[in-house]
Design a protein around this ligand. Structure first.
Ligand SMILES: C[S@@+](CC[C@H](N)C(=O)[O-])C[C@H]1O[C@@H](n2cnc3c(N)ncnc32)[C@H](O)[C@@H]1O
Length: 338
């Protein structure tokens, strides 16, 4: 892995998110094929314009022209492809603050949360089809529920055939408000604003609402949100889940940190950018090895798994960008004897 490759990916990540975050500028580029100085400067200032222009020139993504910087078709395609990248876009202010040497504010969670649910459908649907197989009812707790994208997909997919009762937990006001207005009409759906890792707090509310144990607890892209990740804390979280809900299965989907080699060649996803954004904002992307050792050290066993965006690296090993695992609880005795 060359340093230039890193710089390339990082700058590209910055650029895509910065441009993508500004609809006006993006449509200028896609429709007009031109990066307008006046527009960039009015949004971010001259430094950002110089940075973007220099980057585009170096990468061969266009050239100076009388009416502004003319971008290449390849670059326009790149910007068009970034249409669904709400999540990285939400990190754009953070990037710009870093470039200007400022201590940054938090990324805009609203955009991040919307982006997650909009792009996660391809992960939701296989899990839903597994969950609803052979059952007439489902009780689900969704920790880190965001804007309720998963529950909405679950309801749509189950229709009137499977009765769904769901409880969303999220630490963010924006998430919970969006979730609540989305499911206003549904008496079988409730939520709580609370730290998902504070199992004691939400489990009491859940038990009152469901009146029985849930069938599943889902953790969609939650673990990587932890700041200053410590494996013992996460193990403790899973132990608490198992103690409070000893018959409830878990389903967990999350990002996997790519190895550097994959990082440089990965054309399948936007992982390089994602990795950088998450690192910069202090989140915790675990690599596959850390995931494996964590999953082996909790009182659950993996009953099914699925991987996304698999790459085969030069040493023949496979690497994935996203993993889903179904986890079934095992008793303390089984766990200790395993
Ligand atoms: C990447 S988003 C995923 C949203 C949703 N699960 C999805 O897949 O569409 C992560 C969500 O976890 C929430 N979150 C982060 N830390 C949390 C915590 N400690 N407890 C509960 N929710 C948390 C965020 O507010 C956000 O809604």
């Amino acid at each position: 892995m060359q340093i230039q490759d890193l710089v390339h990916h990082f700058s590209l990540g910055f650029l895509v998110c910065a441009l993508g975050n500004q609809r006006e500028l993006k449509s200028e580029i896609v429709l007009g094929g031109c990066l307008k100085k006046s527009l960039v400067v009015s949004i971010w200032g001259a430094d950002a314009y110089n940075f973007i222009r220099a980057y585009l020139l170096v990468r061969g993504y266009g050239e100076d022209a009388a009416e502004g910087f003319q971008v290449s078709n390849e670059f326009r395609e790149l910007i068009r492809r970034s249409q669904s990248l709400n999540v990285p876009f939400s990190y754009a202010p953070l990037f710009l603050d870093l470039i200007h040497g400022k201590r940054s504010t938090e990324p805009d969670r609203a955009l991040n949360i919307k982006g997650s649910a909009d792009t996660h459908q391809r992960y939701f649907l296989p899990v839903i089809s597994q969950m609803k197989r052979g059952v007439s009812s489902l009780r689900v707790i969704d920790i880190g529920c965001g804007n309720g994208g998963f529950i909405a997909n679950l309801l749509a997919s189950c229709g009137s055939r499977v009765s769904v009762q769901a409880f969303g937990v999220d630490v963010s006001d924006i998430s919970i408000n969006t979730f609540n207005s989305r499911f206003e009409r549904y008496s079988k759906i409730a939520s709580m604003k609370c730290d998902g890792f504070d199992v004691e707090q939400w489990s009491t509310a859940v038990k009152q609402f469901l009146l029985t144990d849930p069938d599943y607890i889902s953790l969609w892209f939650l673990i990587h949100e932890l700041r200053n990740f410590r494996i013992t804390e996460v193990q403790d979280f899973f132990c608490q889940l198992q103690q409070r809900f000893p018959r409830t299965a878990l389903v967990l989907t999350d990002l996997v940190r790519p190895r550097l080699e994959a990082f440089a060649t990965n054309a399948l996803t936007v992982m390089p950018e994602y990795t950088l954004f998450h690192d910069l904002s202090g989140q915790s992307l675990l690599d596959q090895q850390t995931w494996n050792s964590m999953l082996e050290s909790i009182p659950y066993e993996v009953t099914a798994s699925r991987q996304y965006d698999t790459r085969v690296l030069s040493d023949g090993r496979q690497e994935h960008s996203v993993i889903t695992v179904f986890l079934s609880p095992i008793s303390e005795e089984e766990f200790l004897n395993a």
